[in-house]
Design a protein. Structure first.
Length: 314
């Protein structure tokens, strides 16, 4: 059963709600259906910096001023609001949502939740508790936190960060070489307005749900064994709109008798990032050896990112 179906079902039971606000820079594109990455006209247009300028994503606490309170912090108040995109600095993040009849979201949101509890229940065959607690990162805080944050310790919430959920039902498989369209992909980041950019840096952290799912199983995904792996695929989109070949960033890798899953923020290889070339967008997909041939990935398709850094070259 696909994760999207799982969420639509569980959303009926959880009953989260959110309300829109002008506290964040929210943009909307062309009007479309609820489960689409399209919206209406952008409220604020992103301005490209001067050629040669390097811009680094700075996720500030102001984005959560009116956030939804949960265990360990807050998450973005527009998480379940349709036709909203999160825009931070020159970066526009995809986001799809609905709260009509059920609660569902995919794409990217902001969180500062410092909760790394294992909410899975492999023995009972259910992952229901994760739906109410899908807002964390194993590092416990964004990568820019000035003081030491102990993950999972109440009252030690640090800097906010970006949480991503990838809906594999939407995306075409192996899209390299095809023409990009925002409406066809769950997780993308638009960089600037009309400029081209080189990606200079990006930090990734594993999300608690797939972390514990890979380690113990969660009733939906099985525990990893030797030979299993879980990774993030990052594509670029060129000036002509063509999707590049992906770079691969490992999130979990079971080699021999050792399951390697870093819990701190990890830099994506700068040499790998350089192979993306000059891009207008980044696209994110995921892959796992725990996948169904018909319904796709079983491992919870979440990841966290911070400190995306780009240089305008054109």
């Amino acid at each position: 059963m696909k994760k999207v179906v799982y969420f639509l079902t569980l959303g009926l039971l959880i009953g989260f709600s959110s309300c829109s606000s002008d506290d964040e820079v929210v943009s909307n594109e062309t009007s479309a259906s609820v489960l689409s990455n399209s919206g209406k006209t952008a409220k604020l247009a992103v301005t490209d910096p001067a050629i040669g300028t390097t811009t680094t994503l700075n996720v500030t606490s102001s984005l959560l001023t009116s956030g939804t309170t949960t265990t360990g912090g807050k998450y973005w108040q527009n998480t379940y609001v349709a036709n909203t995109n999160l825009t931070v600095d020159i970066f526009k993040f995809s986001h799809t949502a609905t709260s009509v009849g059920y609660n569902y979201w995919d794409g990217f949101i902001v969180s500062n939740v410092n909760d790394i509890t294992n909410y899975g229940s492999a023995g009972s065959g259910g992952s229901n508790n994760w739906v109410a607690h899908q807002w964390g990162t194993m590092a416990g805080s964004g990568s820019g936190t000035s003081s030491t944050i102990t993950p999972g310790t109440p009252g030690t919430t640090g800097d906010p960060y970006i949480v991503a959920y990838w809906s594999s039902y939407l995306d075409p498989q192996n899209p390299q070489g095809s023409t990009f369209s925002e409406a066809n992909f769950s997780n993308w980041i638009k960089i600037g307005n009309t400029g081209l950019y080189q990606v200079k840096g990006l930090k990734i952290n594993i999300h608690p749900w797939p972390y514990y799912g890979c380690k113990y199983g969660d009733g939906f995904a099985r525990a990893f064994t030797s030979g299993d792996h879980f990774e993030l695929l990052i594509y670029g989109v060129t000036q002509s709109g063509v999707i590049t070949s992906p770079i691969v960033h490992s999130l979990a890798n079971y080699t021999g008798s050792s399951l390697v899953m870093p819990t701190g923020w990890v830099n994506v290889s700068t040499s790998n990032l350089a192979t993306l070339g000059d891009v207008k967008y980044l696209i994110f997909q995921m892959a796992s050896t725990d996948s169904d041939p018909t319904y796709g990935i079983n491992t919870a398709a979440y990841f966290c990112l911070d400190k995306l850094s780009v240089k305008r070259i054109n």
